[in-house]
Ligand binder design. Structure first.
Ligand code: DMJ
Length: 934
C-alpha cells in the first residue's frame, strides 16, 4: 500500500530537532516537558534511526489495515489466521468480547483518525467515503454500550474532527459536509435508551435496532454494569453535544458520572468494579486501576482537560489520592477492597492497568509512572508481551495477549514527559516483538499464550486505533505529523477530539452539575502544574535514577506474592501474619495461629482437610482480619494449584514456506508419549494417515515414515492411534478434532488421556488440535503439499534464514494471496462427524476447593497438607535480592504511613460486628473475582 498525504511522514527530510516536546493533549492541564537537553543515560537515538522505526510502523500498519480491507471488510474484524472477516453469528460465540461487534465495519471506523495521524490522507478520504456508503448503524444486534461508545462513536467523532481540520487546510476533504458527525449523532440517539434507569447509569448492552426492553431487543434484563462501562462516556458524549449543539448527550453522561461519584465508598474514596444500575449498590467491591474501572478515572481527568470543568479535576484528585494511598504499592498496583482498603483483594495484576503510568504523566506524577512502567517493561522482556494477568511475583496468571496498546500508550507519554531516549528503545522492542511473534501472513494475530507463542485468530480493532498511533507518534517529530497533535486530546480508544471544544456550546458547565464539592477539603490538591525543575531537577538522569533500583525487580523477585502487610506488625516487631502458602497442617505453631484467627480444621472422611473460619471465634478483630486474608489466600492458592496441575498448552508452528514459523497454533498436550517440555522439539513434514482415524494398522506407512502423522479424533483411544502411527514410523502425531468448528479460541485446553494402561511404549510426541486450527494445516497441505511443522512447548524464533528467502517487494502480495487461498479452501474441509465418547476432556484432578455456603471455607487435599505449595510453582531465582525488595517495600510502607497522618484510617481497629457485617459480601466478592474475566 502506498503512502499518501502531503509529502510528510518519515520519508521526508526535515531538520533535526529536539525530541522532547509538550505532552500531547494536556494543553488545559499540565504541560510537563523535559526542559533540559539529554546528555547522559540511554544514548540518544539519531533522527535516521527514528525515521527508520517510524517507517517500520507505517509498513506494519499497512500490513494490518491492508489485510483487513482486502480480506475482511466490511466485516467488523479481521481473523488473521484464516484470513477472513469475523462476522458475528457466523463464528462460535466468544461471549462478552463479541459485544463490540455490531456489523458496522468496526475496524474501519476505529482506524479513521489513525490514517490521518500516519499521514495517509488519501486513504482517509477513501475510508470516510466507504463508511458513508457502507456502514449501517441500524442492525438487529446487541452491542456493548461502552465499546460502541469508545470505538464507534469515538471513531466517527475522531474522523470528523480530523476531516474538518483537513478541509480547513484546503487540500483534502473539500467535499466533506459533516456527514460523519451526522452518523455520530444518529448513533448517539441509538445509545440514549440505555440510560433509561432510575440511577442514570446506562444498561451495559443495547440492541442497535430495537433499543432496550422491547421483546425483540433481547436485552434490558441486566442489573449490573462495570464502573468503567458507566463512567467512560463523557468525552464522546460531550464532544457530540458540543459539535452538534444537542445538549442531551453531555447531560446523560454527566448524570452517570455524578451518580458514580455519589456512590464512591466514602471512607476510602474508592469505587468498586461493578455496580447495580438500579439500586446503585456495589456488586463487586474490589477496586484497582485496571479492568472494570480504568477509564472511569481516565475520563475524570480528561473531562477536566476537554471541558475545563473544575469539578472533574476535584473528583479525579480525590480518587487519585485514594489510589496512591491504598492501591499503589510501587512499582505494583494492587486491587484492594473498597471498604477495607488496607486489605489486598488479589495477588495479581491485569494488563489493562498498563495505561495508568500514561495517566499519571497527564496528572504530572512522574515518579510512580516511571516505576510502574519499568516493572511492566521487565514483565514484557520476560514474556515478549504483557500477559492478560500476572502475579505479584511476575508469573503468568492469564497467558493471553490480544495486542493491547496500553503499554505503548504509557511509553509514548513518558517519552514526551522525560525526553529520555530509553523510551524510544522500549518502543523499538515493542515493534520487534510484534513483528517477530504476532505478525502472520495475513495481519497480526493476538497471542493465545505468551508462554508458547501460540496465536489466536483475532486482531482487535483497538490494535489499529491505538497501537499504531502511539508507536508512530513516539518516533515522530512535529514535522512528521500533518497537524498539531497537541491541539487534541486522546480518548481511551486514542481517538482525537479537539481541545477547542472546551469553549464551544458550554451550556452544561459546572453550574448544572450535581455538586457537593464544598464538603471536600481540597487544600492538598495541586491546582497548578508541577514545576518541571522539580520533576526533573536539572538532572538528565532523573528517570534513569528512578528505574535503576527496579532494574531486576522481575528477575529477582521472590516467588511469593508481595502483599501489603499491616505496618503495626513491623512496628511492634510482632511476627507477620501466617500466609496460606507457608501453612503446614502438621505444624503445631501454625495450628495455634489458625485458632487465634478463628479458623478451624475439619478432617473430612475422604481424607481432605477443610478450613472454616468464624470471625467471631477469633481472638481479636485484627486476628479475624488476618484470618479472612488467610482464607482468601488459601482459596486463591488452591485454584491456582488446580490450574498448575494441568499440563500446559503446547505449540504447533508451521515453519515451511510461506509461513516461516509465523503461524503458531495452540495445541493440547497428551498425558503419554514424548514430553515436549523436557525434550527438544520435534520438527518434520506432515502426512495424513490412512485410515485417517488411525485406529488400525496404517495402509500408507511409506507416506508417514519419518513424518508427523495427522490423524482424526474419534473411534478409538488416543493411545491406540499413537501406537499405530508409531509402528508405521511416524516421528510424531497431531490429532485433529472431528467436531467441526471447534477452536481453541472458544474451548478450554484439551488434554489427551492415555488408555488407563501402561503407555511407556509410546515414545513419539502427540498433540491435539481443535478443528479450526487443524484445518489451517490441512488447507496448507492442499495448497503447498510439503508442509513442515515444529511441535514444541514454546514457539521457536522465526528462522532468519527462511525469512531472508522472502522477496520484500512481493511479500505482502504473495502472503495475502496464499492466505486468501487458504481461507477459501478452508470452507471445503469436510471432516466426518464421529462420536468419540471415550475421549472426554481430562479432569484427573478433583476439585480441591469447596467453599461452604455460609462460612468462609476452603479444603486442601491430603497430598498438599505437608508440602509448601510454593514448591510446585514456577519460581524465579531466590537470593538476597528478594529480601531487599521486601525491605524496600516495607520501608516505603513505613515512610508513607509515617509521613501521612490520614493513613490511620487503615490502621483503625474494626469492631468484630463490622467485620461480620462485611462477611458475606467479602465471600461473594471473592467468588466473583475468581470467576472474573477481563
Ligand atoms: C481499548 O478498547 C480501550 O483502551 C479501553 O479503554 C480498554 N482497553 C482496550 C484495549 O486494550
Amino acid at each position: 500500500m502506498s503512502e499518501a498525504g502531503g509529502g510528510r511522514g518519515f520519508g521526508s527530510s526535515v531538520p533535526q530537532r529536539a525530541p522532547w516536546s509538550l505532552v500531547a493533549a494536556t494543553a488545559a492541564l499540565c504541560l510537563v516537558s523535559a526542559t533540559s537537553v539529554w546528555t547522559a543515560g540511554a544514548s540518544p537515538m539519531s533522527r535516521e534511526e527514528k525515521q527508520k522505526l517510524g517507517n517500520q510502523v507505517l509498513e506494519m500498519f499497512d500490513h494490518a489495515y491492508g489485510n483487513y480491507m482486502e480480506h475482511a471488510y466490511p466485516a467488523d474484524e479481521l481473523m488473521p489466521l484464516t484470513c477472513r472477516g469475523r462476522v458475528r453469528g457466523q463464528e462460535p460465540s466468544r461471549g462478552d468480547v463479541d459485544d463490540a461487534l455490531g456489523k458496522f465495519s468496526l475496524t474501519l471506523i476505529d482506524s479513521l483518525d489513525t490514517l490521518v495521524v500516519l499521514n495517509k490522507t488519501k486513504e482517509f478520504e477513501d475510508a470516510v467515503r466507504k463508511v458513508l456508503r457502507d456502514v449501517n448503524l441500524d442492525n438487529d444486534v446487541v452491542v456493548s454500550v461502552f465499546e460502541t461508545n469508545i470505538r464507534v462513536l469515538g471513531g466517527l467523532l475522531g474522523g470528523h474532527s480530523l476531516a474538518i481540520m483537513l478541509k480547513e487546510k484546503g487540500e483534502y476533504m473539500q467535499w466533506y459536509n459533516d456527514e460523519l458527525l451526522q452518523m455520530a449523532k444518529q448513533l448517539g440517539y441509538k445509545l440514549l435508551p440505555a440510560f433509561n434507569t432510575t440511577s442514570g447509569l446506562p444498561y451495559p448492552r443495547i440492541n442497535l435496532k430495537f433499543g432496550i426492553r422491547k421483546p425483540e431487543a433481547r436485552t434490558g434484563t441486566e442489573t449490573d454494569t462495570c464502573t468503567a462501562c458507566a463512567g467512560t462516556l463523557i468525552l464522546e458524549f460531550a464532544a457530540l453535544s458540543r459539535f452538534t449543539g444537542a445538549t442531551i448527550f453531555e447531560e446523560y453522561a454527566r448524570k452517570a458520572l455524578d451518580f458514580l461519584w455519589e456512590k464512591r465508598q466514602r471512607s476510602s474514596n474508592l469505587v468498586g468494579v461493578t455496580i447495580n444500575i438500579h439500586t446503585g449498590d456495589w456488586v463487586r467491591k474490589d477496586s484497582g486501576v485496571g479492568a472494570g474501572i480504568d477509564s472511569y478515572y481516565e475520563y475524570l481527568l480528561k473531562a477536566y482537560v476537554l471541558l475545563g470543568d473544575d469539578s472533574f479535576l476535584e473528583r479525579f484528585n480525590t480518587h487519585y489520592d485514594a489510589i496512591m494511598r491504598y492501591i499503589s504499592q510501587p512499582p505494583l498496583l494492587l486491587d484492594v477492597h473498597i471498604h477495607k482498603p488496607m486489605l489486598n483483594a488479589r495477588t495479581w495484576m491485569d494488563a489493562l492497568l498498563a495505561f495508568f503510568p500514561g495517566l499519571q504523566v497527564l496528572k504530572g506524577d512522574i515518579r510512580p509512572a516511571i516505576e510502574t512502567h519499568e516493572m511492566l517493561y521487565q514483565v514484557i522482556k520476560k514474556h515478549n508481551f504483557l500477559p492478560e494477568a500476572f502475579t505479584t511475583d511476575f508469573r503468568v496468571h492469564w497467558a493471553q495477549h490480544p495486542l493491547r496498546p496500553e503499554f505503548a500508550e504509557s511509553t509514548y507519554f513518558l517519552y514526551k514527559a522525560t525526553g529520555d531516549p530509553y523510551y524510544l528503545e522500549v518502543g523499538k522492542t515493542l515493534i520487534e516483538n510484534l513483528n517477530k511473534y504476532a505478525r502472520v501472513p495475513c495481519g497480526f494475530a493476538a497471542m493465545k499464550d505468551v508462554r508458547t507463542g501460540s496465536h489466536e485468530d483475532r486482531m482487535d480493532s483497538f490494535f489499529l486505533a491505538e497501537m499504531f498511533k502511539y508507536l508512530y507518534l513516539l518516533f515522530a517529530d512535529k514535522e512528521d505529523v500533518i497537524f498539531d497533535i497537541e491541539d487534541y486530546i486522546f480518548t481511551t480508544e486514542a481517538h482525537l477530539l479537539p481541545l477547542w471544544l472546551s469553549t464551544t456550546n458550554q451550556r452544561l458547565s459546572k453550574k448544572n452539575t450535581t455538586s457537593e464539592y464544598t464538603e471536600l477539603d481540597d487544600s492538598n490538591f495541586d491546582w497548578t502544574c508541577p514545576n518541571t525543575q522539580i520533576l526533573f531537577p536539572n538532572d538528565p538522569l532523573y528517570a534513569q535514577s528512578i528505574r535503576e533500583p527496579l532494574k531486576n525487580v522481575v528477575d529477582k523477585s521472590c516467588p511469593r506474592g508481595i502483599i501489603r502487610v499491616r505496618e503495626e506488625s513491623f512496628r511492634s516487631g510482632a511476627k507477620p501474619p501466617l500466609r496460606a502458602r507457608d501453612f503446614m497442617a502438621t505444624n503445631p505453631e501454625h495450628l495455634e495461629i489458625l485458632k487465634k484467627m478463628g479458623v478451624s480444621l475439619i478432617h473430612l472422611k475422604d481424607g481432605r482437610v477443610q478450613l472454616v473460619q468464624h470471625a467471631i471465634q477469633a481472638a481479636s478483630s485484627i486476628d479475624a482480619e488476618d484470618g479472612l486474608r488467610f482464607m482468601q489466600e488459601m482459596i486463591e492458592l488452591s485454584s491456582q494449584q488446580q490450574k498448575e496441575q494441568q499440563l500446559p498448552p503446547r505449540a504447533v508452528q508451521i515453519v515451511s514456506h510461506p509461513f516461516f514459523g509465523r503461524v503458531v497454533l495452540t495445541a493440547g498436550p497428551a498425558q503419554f508419549g514424548l514430553d515436549l517440555s523436557k525434550h527438544k522439539e520435534t520438527r518434520g513434514f506432515v502426512a495424513s494417515s490412512k485410515p485417517y482415524n488411525g485406529c488400525s494398522e496404517l495402509t500408507n506407512p511409506e507416506a508417514v515414515m519419518g513424518k508427523i502423522a495427522l490423524i482424526q479424533r474419534g473411534q478409538c483411544m488416543f493411545a491406540e492411534k499413537a501406537r499405530n502411527i508409531q509402528n508405521a514410523g511416524a516421528i510424531g502425531g497431531i490429532v485433529i478434532d472431528d467436531n467441526e468448528g471447534s477452536s481453541s479460541d472458544t474451548a478450554p485446553l484439551f488434554q489427551m488421556a492415555g488408555d488407563g494402561k501402561d503407555t511407556d511404549d509410546i515414545t513419539i510426541p502427540m498433540l491435539f488440535l481443535f478443528s479450526k486450527e487443524g484445518s489451517i494445516i490441512l488447507d496448507a497441505i492442499r495448497e503447498y503439499e510439503e508442509v513442515e511443522v515444529l511441535l514444541s512447548d514454546k514457539a521457536k524464533d522465526r528462522d532468519p534464514e527462511m525469512e531472508n528467502e522472502e522477496q520484500p517487494s512481493s511479500e505482502n502480495d504473495s502472503q495475502n494471496q496464499s492466505a486468501e487461498q487458504i481461507a477459501s479452501s478452508s470452507q471445503e474441509v469436510d471432516l466426518v462427524d464421529q462420536e468419540s465418547p471415550e475421549e472426554s476432556p481430562l479432569n484427573s484432578h478433583p476439585e480441591s476447593l469447596s467453599p461452604a455456603d455460609t462460612d468462609n471455607a476452603a479444603s486442601i487435599s491430603p497430598s498438599e497438607q505437608n508440602s509448601n505449595p510454593t514448591e510446585n510453582h514456577e519460581t524465579t531465582s531466590l537470593d538476597g535480592e528478594c529480601t531487599d525488595l521486601d525491605n524496600q517495600l516495607q520501608e516505603q510502607s513505613e515512610t508513607e504511613e509515617d509521613s501521612n497522618p490520614n493513613v490511620s484510617w487503615g490502621k483503625k481497629v474494626q469492631p468484630i460486628d463490622s467485620i461480620l457485617a462485611d462477611w458475606n459480601e467479602d465471600i461473594e466478592a471473592f467468588e466473583m473475582m475468581e470467576k472474573d474475566e477481563l
